[in-house]
Design a protein around this ligand. Structure first.
Ligand code: ADP
Ligand code: MG
Length: 303
């Protein structure tokens, strides 16, 4: 189990992380979300032992993770980290980059392991290509496979699919997260993409004001977002009489006291996102049909 106890860290004077505590069980999937600059990447680097904390400590099972002051070589065998900027060997192939850390394996075993990982990250067709010829998204996948090569017990991923195009992203995400679960590898994923969280993460931490605003399951946070910051991660929403109402929770009905006028519609594929004026407020709702501008609507909140 990873145990993070009361860690405080600052680059300069003001802390980026203040008194952070949480834990992750073997095989568990934890997401870290928060606005840009909230400290997600910093937190992963601190967990990896790249920086010394001012206060607090970090344990994986019985081993303390120490910063550079107390540990000359950064990193541990049980923990791998894939940074937002990945550093690969450009002049050797995808296969060679992944196999580089498997020197103590027998050649046959090594080949099998490399092939398995290449399949997980869906790079079979470029296995023999030099890394310098790959796109950003392909490189990101090589970095991911390389981190998995030696079967860590826990992996830290910083926006792991951010460089990958939408054509590939969905299936790759399922493949990687499924592989981690099947192999009981704990993961901590910093992300601003709700697709990385919903359907995959067991727990979700929201960083705000240098601290953990909430730590709960994605289901609980989605169904009961306590603040606009949490709701905004999941989708479009309104605040109506101090209550957070997602756009899809506003229904058009025959008759009600909540009357609004259509101001704008955006085609979203399976629905239209509609902006409607209600006295001094603009509401967002979803409609299956296109609603002409100026249409008067009666709305009902249905949670
Ligand atoms: P996130 O990953 O959530 O976008 P970061 O962890 O990268 O956030 O950054 C958190 C804060 O720390 C930001 O204010 C950022 O400017 C600052 N920061 C990040 N890296 C450094 C650094 N190497 N030196 C000084 N400040 C940094
Ligand atoms: Mg970051």
């Amino acid at each position: 189990m990873l145990q993070v106890k009361n860690i405080t860290f600052s680059y300069n004077k003001t802390p980026v992380l203040k008194d952070i505590s949480f834990s992750v069980k073997p095989g568990e999937h934890l997401s870290i979300i928060g606005e840009s600059g909230s400290g997600k990447s910093t937190l992963l680097k601190v967990l990896y032992g790249e920086y010394d904390t001012e206060k607090g400590n970090i344990f994986w099972k019985d081993e303390e993770i120490l910063g550079p002051k107390h540990n000359l070589v950064i990193g541990y065998d049980f923990m791998k980290y894939v940074a937002q900027e990945f550093d690969l060997m450009p002049y050797i192939s995808v296969e060679e980059n992944i196999g580089k850390f498997l020197s103590r394996f027998y050649p046959e075993e090594k080949q099998k392991r490399v092939a398995e990982l290449i399949e997980v990250v869906e790079l079979t067709n470029v296995a023999k290509t030099k890394v310098k010829l790959l796109s950003g998204g392909q490189k990101q996948r090589v970095a991911l496979a390389r981190a998995l090569a030696k079967q860590p017990e826990i992996i830290l991923l910083d926006e792991p699919f951010s460089h990958i195009d939408n054509f590939k992203k969905q299936s790759l995400r399922r493949s990687v997260f499924k592989y981690l679960k099947e192999n009981n590898i704990a993961c901590i994923v910093a992300t601003h993409d709700k697709e990385d969280v919903l359907g995959h993460a067991d727990k979700m931490i929201v960083l705000n004001n240098h601290n953990i605003a909430v730590n709960d399951s994605p289901e609980n946070l989605y169904l009961n977002p306590k603040t606009p910051l949490i709701a905004s991660f999941f989708g479009e929403f309104n605040v109506i009489q101090d209550e957070i109402i997602y756009a899809h929770q506003l229904r058009v009905v025959e008759q009600s006291d909540l009357k609004a006028t259509v101001k704008q519609s955006y085609f979203k594929g399976s629905y239209y996102l509609v902006e409607a004026d209600l006295e001094d407020q603009t509401l967002l709702l979803e409609s299956l049909k296109i609603l002409p501008l100026g249409t008067s609507l009666c709305l009902k909140i249905s949670k």
